[in-house]
Design a protein. Structure first.
Length: 111
């Protein structure tokens, strides 16, 4: 049975969909205080420990905040920012902030 368009998906449903995407490596769910609420990895080769997740959190939240502030300075609508993507040669980190949570998804660059 399909959900009504205005009903939001639960965090578990969103994470389940994300984990099915090609190249998925890991995710970290943070509250807006930067505390790791939940984390998971696709396989043991990723090496995402709790300490590494906290390290990601310590860099991601300030970066996301600076991005929104810069958009305000450029007279853009920061409320329109749904996510930011950071890409290297081997992986991509996607950050989305909704209400009181920030979701960080790490995946291989499959392109």
């Amino acid at each position: 049975m399909a959900q009504p368009a205005n009903q939001k998906k639960s965090v578990d449903e969103v994470i389940k969909e994300i984990k099915m995407q090609p190249g998925f490596k890991a995710y970290i769910l943070l509250n807006n205080d930067g505390i790791v609420v939940r984390m998971d990895q696709f396989d043991e080769n990723v090496g995402l420990s709790y300490a590494k997740a906290v390290h990601y959190a310590s860099h991601i939240l300030p970066l996301y905040d600076k991005t929104r502030k810069q958009m305000e300075l450029m007279a853009m609508n920061p409320a329109g920012v749904e996510s930011i993507r950071l890409k290297s040669n081997s992986q991509e980190v996607i950050v989305s902030q909704i209400a009181q949570y920030t979701l960080v998804v790490i995946h291989e660059d499959v392109h």
